[in-house]
Design a protein around this ligand. Structure first.
Ligand SMILES: [Fe+2]
Length: 216
């Protein structure tokens, strides 16, 4: 078992988010030195988007490295459940800036249509999964299905709330377990987000939790 591989990814994300915080501090100092400080919401938003783009881009490389080999995930985080997919917390950042989760799909299992509200990265470790993207249409109408992506071992997909992060994910296989490693910009099992009925667009809040207690 190579938990070193996981530790390397954790250290990589910590460094990446520290860098972002340092750049934000520099940007805020520069901004407060100008007359219009705090007045420009678009500028503020552009800063947030730039941070997210940087995390998604550099974070993809870190996650790709983590899922390049399937030799490190401890078996207790790879156990399927007979009824539902499971999510095991592998690491929660002390400052809640990110979390790392293993998703274990039993044969044929899938999530409801849901969002995340924070940036996310999905890296395929074992088996394969299908992700279908959705966007809301008019009130009460069926959601629009934007098509699907299939992830295979080593593939990494990005999720950005700004670009639309509503999807449904399913094990591509009916006869075996699939496992993906997810990294999110919050303690994902503990934040409020939404599930959707794709037939009507109706949404409700949910908190996903984890199949295990907080560890590592
Ligand atoms: Fe998701």
């Amino acid at each position: 078992m190579e938990l070193e591989r996981l530790q390397r990814a954790i250290a990589g994300f910590e460094a990446l988010l520290d860098e972002n915080a340092a750049e934000n501090a520099t940007r805020n100092v520069a901004k407060s030195a100008t007359k219009n400080a705090g007045k420009n919401g678009a500028e503020e938003r552009a800063g947030v988007d730039a941070d997210e783009a940087r995390v998604l881009h550099a974070g993809s490389a870190l996650l790709r490295e983590l899922v390049a080999n399937d030799d490190w995930l401890p078996p207790q985080y790879a156990q399927p459940d007979a009824q539902h997919y499971r999510q095991y917390l592998l690491h929660a950042d002390a400052a809640e800036r990110f979390s790392i989760v293993s998703f274990v799909w039993g044969p044929g299992q899938s999530t409801p249509v849901h969002d995340h509200t924070v940036w996310g990265l999905i890296g395929m470790l074992r088996g394969a999964e299908r992700s279908e993207r959705f966007v809301p249409d008019e009130a009460g109408a069926a959601m629009r299905n934007l098509g699907e992506t299939v992830l295979r071992p080593g593939d990494v997909e990005m999720l950005s709330p700004a670009a639309g992060d509503i999807h449904r994910v399913a094990n591509l296989y009916d006869d075996r377990v699939s496992i993906s490693i997810h990294i999110y910009g919050a303690d994902i099992g503990r934040i409020r987000r939404h599930v959707y009925d794709p037939a009507t667009g109706a949404m409700r809040e949910f908190v996903s939790g984890y199949a295990n207690a907080r560890e590592v």
